[in-house]
Design a protein around this ligand. Structure first.
Ligand code: 3HC
Length: 335
């Protein structure tokens, strides 16, 4: 679907492929496309700010998928049965695939994979706060599927209508796979809730620990979200952080009832007038501490990523050597 042809030499600046910035006629055409709710493709002219916003969001999203493999990856070798192990392996591999589609989509904007990976490994790039929390028991694997992937779907379905074509198309497949992730997590929890009191307590404990970080995952309140207004004007974001959070709470409360777990919020109740649930205050200090590198597992997650990348150097070297051999052979044959 995508090409690596837009890879840039190391440290090259991110700039418009056209090299033209703020040309009024082109800007007018771009604005008209936005007004008509149309699509922008890689070869189309776009304002630098639009390009930068997309690179920021798509690369952060790609990093989240790749770092998101780690908390659950920890449980592959300890899955309770062959069936659960096969499901978890497939899910974690899916997340790796999502990262690759997203890096490819970001590459079409003229930034290279190496630049993005370097930004992650040096701590300059953000990735989702949620993946800095530990997975203490097997129930955490189920809760990540149910709540974390459930929240991701809520946030990501509207991205299938994003104004940037490659991002929107990547999101269609990602959302289908996320839907499987959410269901396997919920089914895993249902099985545990039909089990022993110890298993039930394990599920409740995991829900208690993940609930608030999951609500924070949707991003700061709209009033404190510097990127939202422009992102919505450009058709990148379609629905605000608070609105998505509210939809998630409303969808999750009945699911918790079916499961037989309580949600750890004494202020959670149905608001008849507004036809939605009221919920308690989110700890935004904890959120920002985690986003800024001081959550429970930030250092561990980054160190694991950097180590895995270094250990994969021989694979990249071998692939390059193989490509070079093929190039030489093709040149010989053409001569
Ligand atoms: N974790 C880390 N940083 C976050 C965050 C979170 N949960 N929520 C917001 N932020 C950051 C933003 O990136 C922004 O930082 P920046 O300006 O330095 O880039 C800052 O906080 C202010 O937030 P805004 O609301 O102004 O930022 P956005 O308008 O970009 O909205 C977003 C944030 C809702 C996360 C949006 O970028 C988005 O929808 N991104 C695409 C989806 C995504 O990345 N999801 C991450 C989870 S992926 C996942 O869960 C994998 C799945 O397999 C489970």
């Amino acid at each position: 679907m995508y090409t690596q042809a837009l890879d840039l030499p190391e440290n090259a600046p991110v700039k418009a492929v056209s090299g033209v910035i703020d040309d009024p006629a082109r800007l007018a055409r771009f604005d008209k496309t936005m007004e008509d709710d149309g699509r922008i493709e890689p070869q189309d002219w776009m304002p630098e700010a639009y390009r930068k916003t997309l690179v920021r969001q798509i690369s952060q999203h790609a990093h989240s998928e790749i770092v998101g493999m780690l908390p659950e990856g920890n449980w592959i070798s300890r899955a309770p049965s062959l069936k659960r192990k096969a499901i978890l392996l497939a899910k974690v591999q899916d997340e790796g695939g999502h990262g690759l589609y997203l890096y490819s989509a970001a590459e079409t904007l003229g930034t290279s994979r190496d630049q993005m990976v370097d930004a992650l490994h040096s701590g300059r790039a953000k990735y989702s706060s949620i993946f800095n929390y530990p997975t203490l028991t097997w129930a955490d694997v189920g809760v990540i599927g149910w709540l974390v992937d459930g929240a991701a779907i809520m946030n990501q379905i509207p991205l299938c209508r994003c104004s940037y074509g490659p991002y929107a198309r990547a999101m269609i497949r990602i959302c289908k796979e996320e839907s499987f992730h959410q269901r396997q997590g919920y089914e895993n929890l249902l099985t545990m809730m039909r089990g022993t009191p110890a298993q039930q307590a394990m599920v409740q404990d995991a829900v208690n620990r993940w609930w608030w970080p999951v609500l924070a995952m949707f991003g700061p309140p709209d009033a404190d979200s510097p990127n939202s207004a422009q992102g919505i004007r450009w058709g990148i974001k379609r629905i605000s952080n608070d609105e998505l959070r509210q939809r998630f709470v409303d969808a999750t409360v009945p699911q918790a009832q079916v499961l037989g777990v309580s949600l750890p919020d004494p202020d959670l109740r149905w608001n008849e007038e507004h036809q939605q649930h009221n919920y308690g205050a989110i700890d935004w200090d904890e959120f920002w501490a985690t986003v800024n590198g001081n959550g429970p597992c930030n250092k561990e997650r980054l160190a694991t990523r950097v180590k895995a990348h270094a250990q994969g150097q021989w694979v990249r070297d071998a692939a390059l050597a193989h490509a070079e051999k093929q190039r030489q052979r093709a040149m010989k044959e053409a001569a």
